[in-house]
Write a new protein. Sequence first.
Length: 254
Amino acid sequence: MKIEWLERIYRLFGPDNGCCPVCERQLRNGSAALPVSIRHETPRTILSSLCGECAGRIPWIDEAACLVCGRPERCGDCLRRTNRHFRCCREAVRYDPAMRHWLAQYKYRGLERLEPVLAAMLAMPAERMIGRLAFDAVTAVPLAEERLLERGFNQAERLAARICDWYRVPYVPLLRRIRHTSKMSFIGRGGRLENMKGSFAVDVSLSGLEGREPKRVLLVDDIYTTGSTMNECAYVIRRSFPACEVYGVLLARS
Ligand SMILES: [Zn+2]
Ligand SMILES: [Zn+2]
């Protein structure tokens, strides 16, 4: 069944009807107008179901200062990078303590009611990209197998599936992990850049492309930190499909 339908039914009969999906407090007044523009009705409706306080916590990035990585401040990282394989990335929000908390609640505590909210936030940059360029496929950064077993789901894939459903772009599982990378938080920036090398591969057998070469792929992930994951994924996609342009949308820019 379509996710949109489920959401409609859930809104009508679900136990949270009338409660903010983030903090679960009873809604008294409707939340304030959305400060960014999203045309699709479903993500807009989801975001309007937040209480004013939670809606006001979302640190939207309405305008990117770095046109490469989407950062809202000018950024030296992109100037220094000499081997960029993706065209550009955009993020919905800054990765501030509130967003860190929301994402952790969803990823590590399995709070599923946050999933439509996070996907609706991601819809902001995704809608702009998809409105501007035609994509043959949307794909997600795959999770290391160990992480997937721990968590039971890949958050990037879940968010990407909703984007595909809303904007009618096919989801294609293009990438897979090929070796374990140690937890990123324990290594410094240099180590992290090196660490992503050789972590991904294109798996055309998984992809459902039926021998077609994708010309433009939209890559989805949750957090942009150094861009090394995005870059490595774009690199392997372009190694298989040299003419393919890779763009990225992510939930948060750290
Ligand atoms: Zn709330
Ligand atoms: Zn940048």
